[in-house]
Design a protein around this ligand. Structure first.
Ligand code: GAP
Length: 454
């Protein structure tokens, strides 16, 4: 097998996602809508896996975190108190020459609308305006009237829904700090630097956890969550060389943050934030206490009162999905043919196994393959494929990252065994047909590392 090493581009990932039905541009038949995508079958399956792996690690396998699902449209006063109405802005510049609009703090990532500048502002040809602040929240109206009094916002982060429920949860969940509240759901931002596929979307699915701690323990828990989240990615097979922790300088921290570290991934566009882990201090609970008049504090059994500090790991499924896809994408030459393969962790992969009759028109093979499929499908996401040459069927499964294929062939008819083909090594071994279910159950709980890890 020869490696065909060339730098991965975002276009390659976009094209694979399109070709194999992971992701489509949204409302494409009307020309699309910027930075908005729809997930197809394999995209949905992969997202579901990422969500449930996150939920497993953050809620199911812990005693100190509970779940919440708050509304998308909250009372607009929430966003005044949180600081988003006044401060959730990006600095914008317009170019009077090419008539395009750019983020003033990310000119080096933008493409100029005209040559010879590559990036806006590089030559005197670019006539940029002074930066002005642009609020990223999507506005809407609640009720029949469309005036100031009915103005509301689509949430730009799920976190505020958690803070405003602090009292409800703290009273009912029988937890005391340190404890956390986790939430997964759509967030919306009117991003003004479109492009870069799933990296920066206007509508994305966030997974956030607010961990409420005694103030004196905040630094310790912040360090704990940075490492716990880093390890989660490594356990799911992300290559360590492509993941790093970067601490924010004081001047780049959000208005609420006492300290933030990003887990950065080496996307095709360079090192970028995959997940942020912030120490939000007492900012949010204090703000909501002041603005709502409801005391959001903790009272210890001995009567000691304090406002907990908040440690927040926050990420979107979309950015994780993009990182996993980039990390997994591989091309190699097998025989004289190029093979594209997604080396995804088996627990992340959308389909766990393919069941393939070698000769679909052979009654004995077709019946056994179908029976195996029916046996496995209540337990795992598996696919039965009987269309086309076996080589083409393998290649299709490689491209969607299916870790194993069970093939029913002539020998199956003689001794009731099947071959299992490994996506990464291409090794094949034989298994009794009756043992496939147990073999697959077991394979899916094994540790997995990318064969491309050093
Ligand atoms: N509650 C804190 C918060 O929202 P953030 O750094 O703005 O902090 C947290 O966002 C995470 O949400 C990011 O690390 C990223 O994974 C994801 N995210 C933010 N904006 C996004 C966008 N426009 N498209 C996709 N994911 C986004």
């Amino acid at each position: 097998m020869a490696e065909t090493a060339k730098p991965l581009t975002m276009d390659t990932i976009v094209s694979l996602c399109r070709r194999r039905g992971f992701v489509f541009p949204s409302s494409e038949i009307y020309g699309g809508i910027g930075s908005t995508y729809d997930y197809g079958h394999y995209g949905v399956l992969t997202k579901n896996n990422i969500r449930s792996l996150w939920f497993g690690a953050m809620v199911q396998e812990r005693d100190d975190i509970v779940a919440l699902d708050s509304a998308i449209i909250l009372n607009p006063r929430v966003w005044e108190a949180s600081g988003h109405v006044a401060g959730f802005t990006d600095p914008l510049v317009d170019c009077r020459t090419c008539k395009l609009r750019f983020r003033a703090d990310q000119l080096e990532l933008a493409s100029c609308g005209r040559k010879p500048s590559k990036h806006p502002g590089e030559t005197p040809d670019c006539d940029l305006t002074e930066p002005r602040q642009f609020n990223l929240m999507f506005e809407t109206h609640v009720g029949a009237l469309q005036d100031e009094s009915s103005l509301a916002y689509l949430r730009p982060e799920t976190a505020q829904g958690i803070f405003v429920n602090f009292k409800n949860v703290a009273q009912l969940a029988r937890r005391k700090p340190p404890f956390g509240i986790a939430q997964v759901g759509k967030s919306f931002r009117n991003e003004i630097t479109p492009g870069n596929f799933l990296f920066r979307l206007r509508e994305f699915e966030q997974m956030e956890m607010e961990f409420f701690v005694p103030p004196g323990e905040a630094d310790e828990w912040h360090a704990y969550w940075i490492e716990a989240r880093r390890q989660w990615y490594l356990d799911l097979g992300l290559r360590e060389v492509n993941l790093r922790v970067r601490e924010h300088d004081a001047n780049e921290r959000s208005h609420y943050s006492l300290a933030t570290s990003d887990l950065e991934y080496l996307y095709p566009i360079g090192w970028q934030e995959l997940e942020g882990v912030a120490n939000r201090g007492e900012y949010d609970l204090t703000q909501h206490t002041r603005e709502s008049g409801t005391k959001l504090e903790w009272i210890d059994p001995d009567g000691t009162r304090y406002t907990p500090y908040v440690i927040e790991p926050a990420v979107s499924i979309d950015r994780i999905m993009l990182a996993f896809l980039c990390d997994a994408y591989d091309e190699e030459v097998v025989g004289d043919r190029k093979r594209v393969v997604l080396r995804l962790h088996p627990r992340v992969a959308p389909v766990k196994a393919a069941i393939l009759p070698l000769i679909p028109r052979d009654e004995g093979m077709a019946t056994r393959a179908r029976a195996l499929y029916e046996e496995l499908r209540p337990h795992h996401q598996v696919e039965h494929d009987e269309s086309g040459q076996i080589g083409r069927r393998y290649r299709r499964q490689d491209e969607i990252g299916t870790p194993w294929a069970f093939t029913v062939d002539e020998q199956t008819l003689e001794d009731e065994t099947v071959t299992v083909r490994d996506r990464d090594s291409l090794a094949q071994e034989r298994l009794p047909l009756s043992g496939v279910r147990e073999w697959l159950d077991d394979a899916l709980v094994q540790e997995w590392r990318s064969p491309r890890s050093p």
